[in-house]
Design a protein around this ligand. Structure first.
Ligand code: ADP
Length: 254
């Protein structure tokens, strides 16, 4: 896609000169389109719970509130939809903030960092009766952008819990080779159907049978954060054995 600018020179000796500047605008046009799609999708996603809240509140006001059981049921739905709205707005804000916060790299002990993140979701892990292994060697330090690492670890662990089976396993592994290192989060959960392991990185994309009430932004945020650290991320998944997410980074890149 090219954008053009036409420049006329003044009339000199009864002649006009026209200069046409052509520049490649493919990237600009593409990112504008992505931005527009994001606003469209975000508005649609926000509208769904808002419409539902307004609808149930109207029905209550029109008399349904007089039946205590209906009142209780509808209030629960309104609460659940409000929680969804909070989660959505939080994720949308996070999405637009990745790449804009503190971008300095600092050295972090990965084993400790992952342990801290696991502590924050301890109650979810124990309510699913999951067995978690942090296999990152205790002495591993890497230079990272902390905001990005936070989003990557938090979202991958959250998914490994949410899409797991009761009594399942989660493993966090580390590997290093020359100037590259990787983090691998694997689970023994429900897996991602064949052909959808790339699509799950799209904003708001959720697998058809996804029953947990996520926003579909978790992995899109992971992708943004990984890009910000010049890394790459891919998923290997199988509906029998579970899901493995591999995040790779190169050292000494600014
Ligand atoms: P969500 O908020 O829905 O979890 P994500 O962007 O994190 O959004 O994930 C997108 C979809 O990919 C999820 O809805 C789910 O269907 C699928 N998914 C993500 N991680 C896993 C996993 N570890 N195991 C199985 N399915 C997963």
């Amino acid at each position: 896609i090219y954008e053009t600018t036409v420049v006329y020179s003044p009339k000199v000796h009864h002649k006009f000169e026209i200069i046409v500047l052509l520049y490649d605008a493919t990237e600009t046009v593409r990112s504008k389109q992505i931005e527009r799609d994001f606003v469209n999708n975000a508005s649609h996603e926000l509208r769904t719970p808002i419409t539902s809240i307004a609808g149930f509140a109207d029905t209550l006001l029109n008399g349904a509130k007089d039946d205590p059981e209906t009142l209780d049921n509808f209030l629960r739905i309104i609460k659940a939809e409000s929680d969804k709205l909070v989660q959505l707005t939080d994720d949308i804000l996070t999405m637009s903030r990745v790449k804009s916060g503190e971008r300095e790299r600092k050295e972090i002990n990965l084993h400790k960092y992952v342990d801290q993140q696991l502590k924050l979701v301890e109650s979810n892990i124990s309510s699913m009766n999951l067995h978690v292994e942090n296999n990152i060697p205790a002495d591993v330090n890497e230079e990272v952008i902390e905001n990005d690492l936070f989003q990557i670890v938090k979202n991958l662990i959250t998914n490994a819990i949410s899409y797991n089976r009761k009594g399942g396993k989660i493993k966090i592994d580390y590997g290093s080779h020359h100037d590259r290192w990787k983090l691998v989060v694997s689970d023994t959960g429900i897996g991602i159907p064949l052909g959808q392991t790339d699509r799950v990185f799209e904003r708001f994309y959720r697998v058809n049978n996804a029953t947990k009430g996520g926003t579909g932004l978790g992995l899109a945020i992971v992708k943004e954060a990984v890009d910000d650290m010049n890394g790459s991320v891919r998923i290997e998944s199988d509906e029998d054995s579970g899901t493995t997410v591999i995040v790779k980074f190169k050292r000494d890149i600014n």
